[in-house]
Structure formats: structure tokens, C-alpha cells
Design a protein around this ligand. Structure first.
Ligand code: CMC
Length: 393
């Protein structure tokens, strides 16, 4: 029946060619279009990184201004989309809302279905980058019962998102520059990560020629899981479960003995087996944010720092090459900023949207692209005679 390789989890299958992101897991290197993530994090804004991922080059001043204009042009949502939210229970998980509302954009932008028109492709990518933060902030507002806050386009991407999330109409909203910088950094560090599970999902969904908004909704669905984007939420749940700094060592013992398959959430990575360069950048930012916001003494965050310290010195984690990943620190920063845990994965989705659309666009423009269609190792019955219902046990 033809030959193929059995490769569960596709750990050794190159599913595509791509010139967007490069990872060397052994060396702890991550580059976007050839630029090191450390350099981008130190010098670029998230919106510059968006341009880089989409267009292949860092923008000059004029290109950046035009790109910012193009994105902010699309930040509003149609009022009918705003009404879509009222169909959800107010305690719905915001990722469920994200999957549905981003998917629903496909019904609002029928023109985007013409994926072979480069102009329509560009508009679809801009719309997604612009509208996903607005939807994410609305999901939060809906869960709290506060009125939606509309985008303010003279703010940066991160500032606008923070304002849409945390501002309330009756009060003046002051942006804390430390918080805005940390938010922008979290967006940069999560912008793209080559063929991870959600990006591969977007590519497979898109490989059939499906509507780009529906494809990104598929990516959001995949990201939701605790082994992927849900990890930063899982970190905070784990910290709450540990409960107290004095219980850290006992919990580590449970993990090492694999009791109930307990894992240290926010530790380990499929590709980075030595260290995750994003974790190194965000670790410093995390400590800065805790200091700047005066949150260092808070029990949960204090517990996180203790866990980091104990695990980094533990022989099991060292020998298994298990280090804190980017989500360990992003979870702690987001908690310190004041996001509820249910929003953590949503923020990952906001950041990753640019990676998904850049990869989707690259795939559509790749002449070697074929529909994604893995094979399987069949383990069921061989052929057998059909059993009429009165003969069945
Ligand atoms: N805590 C304890 N032990 C672990 C952990 C962990 N977090 N991760 C892996 N191990 C152990 C595992 O038990 C196994 O041990 P042994 O060889 O003794 O049986 C060994 O390390 C290899 O594990 P694996 O499952 O083959 O590793 P993987 O590459 O398939 O898994 C992972 C990668 C990220 C799914 C995993 O490390 C994990 O579950 N981490 C916790 C969840 C998490 O933080 N995920 C975020 C990943 S980064 C963000 C993203 O991409 O979305």
C-alpha cells in the first residue's frame, strides 16, 4: 500500500519548507528571518516584529508608519460581532469565545475567501492582527460584565490592548510603562515558533484552501491545550495546588516519582533541550516586573520563585534537561499585571496570530504546497464477514 514512516507526533517529519523562523534546539537559538530573538526583544516593538514576520525584512521608518496605519485601520469590530458575545454564558472560558468569534469573522469577510488574490490575502492578515486583540479584550470585558472599550489607535499595540482590557469608562486609565513594555515583550516572544502544534494546525486547515479566519480559529483551538498554549494557565493552577512555599520540595518529589503522571508545568520543551532563549529574556523581565510593581512578596509569586530555584538545582531536572520555559515566566508576569488565569492562553493567541498568518500566507504562496494528508499505521481488524444484527452478541 505504498511506503511511509511511522512518526507519532511528527517529531522527525519536515512537513514544509519555510523561511520565517529558525530554531536550533540544542544550541538554544531562535531567529526570525535571520534575526536573533534576543536582539528583537531588546530593540524592536511587537508591530515591527509583525512586519518582519510577514514581509521578510525589518521595516524602515516609512514602511513602519504605513504598516501601523494599515493595522490600526482594522482594529474595530463590526457591531454585529460585538453582539455575538451575548450568546455565551458569562462564565464561558475566553478561549472558547476566541475560537468561536475569530471563526465567525469568516462569515463577515467573504472577500477573504479569495485566497489566491494577493491583495485579499494581505487584507486578511492585517484584519486578523488588528482584530484579535479587540476580540480578546472583549472576551475579558464580557466575563467581568463591564462595557466593551473601543480601540484607541494612537496607542501602541500593547498599550491599546491593555486599555481595552483594563480601562473602565468612568475612570481615567493610566498606562504603566513597565507593564506596557512587559506586555509588548510577551507578544514578541510568542510571535512565532515555526511548526508547533497550532501552526501546523493552521497550515493543515489552510492547505485545503479554507477561509483564513476559520484556519486561525483552528489554530486557537489547538493552542488551548495544556501541553501547548494552555501551559501558562496550567503553571498558575499548579502553583495554587502547591499552595505554600514550604510544600515545594514535596511537590517536586511527586513529580520525580511520576505520581499520577504529575509534571512540572512550565518546564521542558519538545525542541529546546538545553535552554529556551525566550525563557532567558523573559526571566529578567519577570524579575523586573515583580520589582517594579512591588509584587515580589506576594505568596504565589514568591512560591514560583522558590520552585524555579529548587528545580534548577535538582539533579532530576538537570539530567532530564528540563528548564523553565517561556510560559513559566509569562504566567507569572501576567498574574502580576492582573490578568485572570483564564486569559493567559488568550494572550498567547493574540501574540501568535501574526505567526499563524505569516505561515498561512507563506504556505499559500509556496508553489510546492499540497493538501496536508498524513498517513496512519492501521491496527484494527482485518476484513471479516458482515454480521446481521440478530447474530451479534
Ligand atoms: N515535568 C517533569 N518531567 C518531565 C516534564 C515536566 N514538565 N517534561 C518532560 N518530562 C520528563 C518525562 O517524564 C520524560 O521522562 P522519562 O524519560 O524519565 O520518562 C522525559 O522528561 C521526556 O518527556 P517527553 O514527554 O518525551 O518530552 P516531550 O518533548 O514530548 O514533551 C513537553 C515536551 C513540553 C510537552 C513537556 O516537557 C511537558 O509536558 N511540559 C509541561 C507543559 C509545558 O510547560 N508546556 C509548554 C511547552 S512550551 C510552549 C508551547 O510550545 O506552547
Amino acid at each position: 500500500h505504498g511506503y511511509f514512516t511511522y512518526d507519532p507526533g511528527y517529531g522527525s517529519t519536515g512537513s514544509t519548507q519555510s523561511s520565517i523562523t529558525y530554531i536550533d534546539g540544542d544550541e538554544g537559538i531562535l531567529t526570525h528571518r535571520g534575526y536573533r530573538i534576543e536582539d528583537l526583544a531588546a530593540n524592536s516593538s511587537f508591530i515591527e516584529v509583525c512586519y518582519l514576520l510577514l514581509e521578510g525584512e525589518l521595516p524602515n521608518k516609512k514602511q513602519l508608519a504605513q504598516f501601523e496605519k494599515n493595522i490600526t485601520y482594522h482594529t474595530m469590530l463590526h457591531e454585529q460581532i460585538a453582539r455575538f458575545f451575548s450568546g455565551f454564558r458569562r462564565d464561558a472560558h475566553p478561549m472558547a469565545v476566541m475560537v468561536a468569534v475569530v471563526g465567525a469573522l469568516s462569515a463577515f469577510y467573504h472577500d477573504s475567501t479569495d485566497i489566491h488574490d494577493p491583495h485579499q490575502r494581505m487584507i486578511a492578515t492585517h484584519r486578523l492582527i488588528a482584530k484579535v486583540p479587540t476580540i480578546a479584550a472583549m472576551a475579558y470585558k464580557y466575563s467581568t460584565g463591564q462595557p466593551f472599550i473601543y480601540p484607541q489607535n494612537d496607542l501602541s499595540y500593547a498599550e491599546n490592548f491593555l486599555r481595552m482590557t483594563f480601562a473602565v469608562p468612568a475612570e481615567e486609565y493610566k498606562i504603566n510603562p513597565v507593564v506596557a513594555k512587559a506586555m509588548d515583550l510577551i507578544f514578541i516572544l510568542h510571535a512565532d515558533h515555526e511548526q508547533n502544534a497550532s501552526t501546523s494546525t493552521v497550515r493543515i486547515a489552510g492547505s485545503s484552501g479554507a477561509n483564513p479566519f476559520a484556519c486561525i480559529a483552528a489554530g486557537i483551538a489547538c493552542l488551548w491545550g495544556p501541553a501547548h498554549g494552555g501551559a501558562n494557565e496550567a503553571v498558575l493552577k499548579m502553583l495554587a495546588e502547591i499552595g505554600d512555599k514550604s510544600k515545594v520540595k514535596d511537590y517536586i518529589k511527586r513529580v520525580k516519582n511520576k505520581e499520577d503522571n504529575t509534571r512540572l508545568m512550565g518546564f521542558g520543551h519538545r525542541v529546546y533541550k538545553n535552554y529556551d532563549p525566550r525563557a532567558a529574556v523573559i526571566r529578567t523581565a519577570c524579575h523586573d516586573v515583580l520589582d517594579a510593581l512591588g509584587k515580589r512578596g506576594e505568596p504565589l509569586l514568591d512560591l514560583a520563585m522558590e520552585l524555579e530555584r529548587v528545580a534548577l538545582e535538582d539533579e532530576y531536572f538537570i539530567s532530564h534537561k528540563l528548564f523553565p520555559n517561556v510560559d513559566f515566566y509569562s504566567g507569572i508576569i501576567l498574574q502580576a499585571i492582573g490578568f485572570p488565569t483564564s486569559m493567559f492562553t488568550v494572550l498567547f493567541a493574540v501574540a501568535r496570530t501574526v505567526g499563524w498568518v505569516a505561515q498561512w500566507k507563506e504556505m499559500i504562496e509556496d508553489p510546492t504546497q499540497r493538501i496536508g494528508r498524513p498517513r496512519q499505521l492501521y491496527t484494527g481488524y482485518g476484513e471479516r464477514p458482515y454480521l446481521p444484527i440478530d447474530k451479534r452478541k
